[in-house]
Design a binder for this molecule. Structure first.
Ligand code: URA
Length: 434
């Protein structure tokens, strides 16, 4: 078998055999296939696609490129969730402690933010002392002892995805349904959870721009998950405007803490309760969706979820005092304001433009490895449908350096559109795929 023949087959639209897919991934991981051939192959896959069998073979080859975790010795259903990436998406920070407080066992491997989308590991890095890189046995021990652990992608797990993702990022091959499905599912399979909830984002701030593409991605991932023995449910959820009121790492931690108190933005709370109820069902802790949602609402209201957050932070070495004193996360030195320039109703708050503005403040990275300003971000005071008067505060912008504020504010301004009447609010959860 030769790499050039596999590239040619895919270029010409053939379906690759399982052996060919595995050969390509194994040799690429070992450094025997160079980046220029892998780049050509990725573009061929991007343009020609892959059927479900090929995507499943790619998922397994990626997952097998490194170590895999197995929690079956715990005798409990370990569950995990994954979002395909959005703007202001801090649901993991709310959901995991909330579910841990309901007795669910959770093992999550998370990524750093890339491009205009944020990542859980960057958000957790804001917490003084918090250890985001747990060794494999430490991660497994933390899950066994406390029922909840989150760690960054370790270099010995799914190394092929790490290499390929970096290459996709610079070859315009990220937004491909089979490549995203295999990338996401390989990490979920390697991380060892038996129940998976996938939050597939659709809209301007997501990789998938159309509902039909998002539904196709969701269906493909659910099918692969099930075929590999995982209980898998996917929800397609809206990402036209940022989720909640905060975009940027330390602001999102503060907003997650508010949500864990049962307070804060209605859309964030609603999505967390919806995703959380699905996860309670996946973990066999409840049979009925409404009862699951009700139970989670009570855990937010009575402080149990917040207490689980304190335990989780302390368990991974972090300063749990940030829960009651968020200034311990740091206070940004520079601040700016964006004011409304007309009266009316907010008809659009484009998630992509808001994400780009947060990046311009320093909250994100263009390339893997770039430094991030953890205190940079945006607080949104108006969301779609809100009435606005000229001169009213739309958003505050924060960063560690004043020079980023004006260019970011100019970008953020492009996110907004106003009209004479409030647009009809659409649902947050658009489809459920099982
Ligand atoms: N998230 C991933 O883990 N992989 C992708 O390809 C896209 C989003």
């Amino acid at each position: 078998m030769r790499a050039i023949d596999i590239i040619r087959q895919k270029r010409d639209g053939a379906a690759l055999s399982d052996e060919a897919v595995r050969f390509f991934i194994d040799r690429y991981t070992a450094g025997e296939i160079p980046d220029y051939q892998a780049a050509a192959w990725l573009m061929a896959v991007y343009l020609r696609g892959m059927d479900e069998r090929e995507t499943s073979a790619l998922t397994c080859a990626l997952a097998d490129s490194g170590a895999q975790l197995d929690f079956s010795f715990l005798g409990r259903t370990v569950v995990d969730k994954h979002s395909t990436g959005g703007v202001g998406d801090k649901t993991t920070l709310v959901l995991l402690p909330l579910l841990a407080s309901a007795g669910v066992t959770l093992a999550k491997m998370s990524g750093r933010g890339l491009g205009h989308t944020g990542g859980t590991i960057d958000k957790l890095s804001c917490i003084p002392g918090f250890r985001t890189e747990l060794a494999r046995d430490e991660f497994a021990r933390q899950v066994a002892e406390t029922g909840l652990a989150i760690t960054g992608q370790s270099p010995d797990m799914v190394p092929a995805d790490g290499k390929l993702y970096a290459l996709r990022d610079v070859t315009a091959t990220v937004d491909s349904i089979p490549l995203i499905a295999a990338s996401v599912m390989s990490k979920k399979i390697a991380a060892g959870a038996k129940g998976l909830l996938l939050d597939v984002k659709v809209g301007s701030g997501a990789f998938m721009r159309s509902l039909s593409d998002a539904a196709a991605l969701a269906a493909l991932m659910v099918s692969i998950g099930k075929s590999l023995g995982r209980r898998t449910v996917a929800l397609v959820t809206a990402m036209e405007q940022p989720l909640g009121q905060a975009v940027g790492n330390h602001l999102e931690v503060i907003e997650a803490l508010q949500a864990l108190r049962g307070e804060g933005a209605a859309d964030l709370r609603d999505l967390c309760l919806h995703l959380g109820a699905e996860m309670l069902l996946l973990a066999d802790k409840e049979r009925d969706f409404a009862a699951a949602r009700h139970r989670l609402t009570s855990l937010l209201a009575d402080g149990t979820a917040l207490q689980a957050m304190r335990r989780f932070i302390a368990g991974q070495g972090g300063d749990a005092r940030i829960v009651d004193d968020p200034d311990r996360l740091g206070v940004p030195r520079a601040k700016g304001e964006l004011l409304a320039n007309s009266d009316g109703y907010l008809t659009r708050l484009d998630a992509r433009a808001a994400g780009d503005a947060a990046m311009a403040l320093g909250a994100g990275r263009k390339r893997k490895g770039d430094a991030v300003d953890l205190l940079a971000g945006i607080r949104l005071y108006k969301k779609c449908g809100d009435a606005v008067s000229r001169g009213e505060l739309l958003a505050e912008l924060f960063s560690s350096g004043p020079e980023t504020i004006a260019p970011a504010a100019a970008l953020l301004e492009t996110a907004y559109a106003f009209g004479d009447s409030a647009p009809q609010a659409g649902p947050l959860v658009l489809e459920r795929v099982v």
